[in-house]
Design a protein around this ligand. Sequence first.
Ligand code: ASP
Length: 440
Amino acid sequence: MLKVCKFGGTSMADAAAFRRVKEIIASDKSRRFIVVSAPGKRNKSDQKITDTLYECYRDLIKTGSFSERFAFIRERFSEIAEELEISLDIEEILDRTEREITEKKDADFTASRGEYLCARIMADFLGFPFVDAVEMVRFDSHGDLNADYTDDKVKNRLKGLDNAVIPGFYGKDFGGNVKTFSRGGSDITGAIIARGVSADVYENWTDVSGFLVCDPKIVPAAKSIKYITYKELRELSYMGATVLHTEAVFPVMKKRIPINIKNTFRPEDDGTMIIPNEQYKCCDDSIVTGIAGKKDFTVIYIEKSLMNSEVGFIRRVLSVVEHYGLMVEHVPSGIDTLSLVLETGQLKGGILSDVVNEIRENVSPDYIHVIENISLIATVGHGMARRSGTAARLFGALADQGINIKMIDQGSSELNIIIGVANEDYEKCIKAIYDAFYKE
Ligand code: ASP
């Protein structure tokens, strides 16, 4: 058994957290490759190291100096190193880091130092070798991960090592400079390493015991999800369920490596297992795995008789949104109708009316209408495909609550039913769906 473990910011926040992590690793010899985030908040009013590093960069560019802010970084790492009584000369490393940040004047390099410093300390504390992510993680000339090249590098670099600590969040770009993933990207690093060493499990250690069926702010007693497939997770995290970076599934998906979301503060909890479809084996009978959603969408509703027989109609509509560089979330359609669902944030500053006018000019619809303040809610579960009556149960529950559904979209995979409701019905809608499928 071989496990890759990634520990998030709250799991690395102070010396006590480092000790907790060491215990978790020592309790299972298969936990061999460790990926770390930068220290996160120790309490609600604290600052994440990564946020402070971005501020250091801004200070440096604006005023030419960032030493005042760097003092906070220095203090946090020195304190951790001192309390752990490690032999590493952290002051010397911090001095060098401060010099390098000054010389390079690069946002990604600056931000990456949180993970770098954290991994150096963790490696020393565990007595494992430190292997820098720049030796393995490569981005291509478009700034995207060069997955196959990276995979080879990971394989070769870690081959023959029993253990290693690797900093998350960054790698090297085409020109040899440090480049970071988007925020929360250490999850991706963990997945890349798991793929490269062909791990049996990728353990992602955080501060919650896995995913809940829905947001506990809406349903405080929401049940936790024991098993979820990669595809279900994709749908849910795209719709706003956080915990894991949305892109972290891809590297492990290729090798069918399960991801286990675990809680550093309650290691005895099973957490959530994210698994490939074929491993699901009907672990439980739940029809709906999770419910997630997002507020603030705009729907552009277009009606034209005989739309379906007009060749190129949809393309001409979509060419307008493409021209404005807008992302379209959904395109539900009927015989003579087509709707575009877009995030409202992109349509500010008169863009919405420009888009509507241009669609009017391009396709001469009989009727075009804008519906604003829409929330999208995804009810996800691959169990839905096997069962009849799921939609009836869902829509019946909403009707009972007097919720007006403004849009419905179900892909033919039957994995996900997406509905659009008014923003003010968002919470009520999630609660009604939860109750319909989970209330005993
Ligand atoms: N430290 C980085 C961030 O705060 C990356 C990570 O934690 O995964 O986004």
